[in-house]
Design a protein around this ligand. Structure first.
Ligand SMILES: *Cc1c(COP(=O)(O)O)cnc(C)c1O
Ligand code: SF4
Length: 342
């Protein structure tokens, strides 16, 4: 594929679907774009065969050229360490494959269900807990929506539906509108939540039509972004969030704590402050799920707790995300240190 020159004007005029289709899908192309071709290693190609390589050009443009340690690059660059077998790191760390109820519905916590709407993402994050998830078997494709909507209809205890994936915003507006339209007809549903990283790697996805769909929905709506580093908060993202802020969509963020990427007080404090400037509140700081191939991103619980205490000493309470770990079988995400939950 010929290299497509990245310029502000290209990014503004191309549709988000075109930009998704034009994402980097070969390690060597991203490294070449970043002027790091000489750093390509065979193990990177091998790792990208265990979990595909995918990065939008917009996200790549936020990286610093010539810097192998760039915190955004390190989240997406396949490395040889992924191929090591590490005790305690499995292909299904959250036992999701056991707890899913039929096609694409995860009901683990009281009152809220998570819908796996699609397996597609705009970007493949190397630490992702779903890197081995068999999406084909579990996603809620449109033809499977009916039984699932029926199930929601039958359970009056459910007040919130979370659209997740993959990335639910990789669905077209038409599909989202159809799904949301059906959901809002279920009388006991009160809240709609969308978990998405797509606006971060392709702010254009937050188009007028999507804002309109959310605005006309009767459910109280929140958008939970996934931003790990302050460099990910681009001017384009902040601008794209504006209309949603104005129409009252609650904007939250979840971060995964990643070794060598965001495991310092400075980075976390800067992230919290810059999120707020963009109208987003920090929600969760997740301890990494122990998924095979991601062990090299681990921050030990003790270090994470110390970091969190240092953040608390520096930030107003409303900018302090909850430091949590997901434990299979628990009734919620659990706050660290885990001993306080006993
Ligand atoms: C994380 C998660 C939720 C959401 O949990 P909150 O604490 O409400 O943010 C809901 N369902 C499942 C299956 C989850 O993994
Ligand atoms: S689900 Fe989220 S964390 Fe996982 S690859 Fe997709 S965007 Fe990244």
């Amino acid at each position: 594929m010929p290299m497509i020159p990245l310029s502000a004007s290209t990014l503004k005029t191309e549709s988000w679907q075109r930009q998704l289709a034009n994402a980097f899908n070969r390690v060597e192309d991203l490294l070449s774009y970043l002027e790091l071709s000489d750093r390509l290693e065979p193990s990177m190609k091998a790792a990208s065969r265990t979990f595909g390589f995918r990065v939008t050009r917009f996200f790549a443009a936020l990286m610093e050229k010539g810097n192998m340690d760039d915190p955004l690059l390190r989240q997406v660059l396949p490395v040889g360490a992924e191929l090591e077998d590490i005790a305690g790191f499995s292909t299904d760390p959250l036992a999701d494959q056991a707890s899913h109820e039929g096609n694409g519905l995860l009901h683990k916590y009281h009152g809220r269900v998570l819908l796996i709407t699609t397996g597609a993402c705009a970007i493949n994050c190397r630490y992702c807990f779903r890197r081995h998830f068999p999406y084909g078997e579990h996603q809620a494709s449109p033809s499977h929506w009916q039984p699932l909507l029926q199930q929601l209809q039958n359970d009056a205890d459910i007040s919130e539906v979370i659209l997740s994936g993959g990335d639910p915003l990789s669905l077209s507006n038409t599909r989202l509108a159809a799904l949301i339209g059906q959901l809002q007809q279920i009388p006991h549903l009160k809240r709609l939540r969308i978990h998405s990283r797509l606006p971060v790697v392709l702010p254009q996805r937050l188009d007028q039509e999507l804002a309109g769909i959310l605005d006309s929905c009767r459910l109280a709506t929140s958008l939970v972004l996934h931003i790990n580093h302050p460099k990910e908060i681009s001017a384009e993202l902040a601008q794209a969030l504006m209309p949603l802020r104005r129409q009252g969509v609650i904007l939250l963020n979840q971060t995964v704590l990643l070794r060598g990427i965001n495991d310092s007080v400075e980075v976390q404090v800067r992230l919290a402050e810059e999120l707020f400037q963009a109208g987003v509140l920090p929600y969760y700081l997740h301890q990494l799920d122990r998924v095979k191939g991601a062990a090299h991103f681990t921050v030990e619980d003790e270090q994470a707790t110390t970091l969190h205490q240092a953040m608390q000493a520096r930030l107003p309470g409303y900018l302090l995300p909850r430091l949590v770990r997901e434990i299979p079988g628990a009734h919620s995400k659990l706050a660290l240190p885990l001993s306080q939950n006993e």
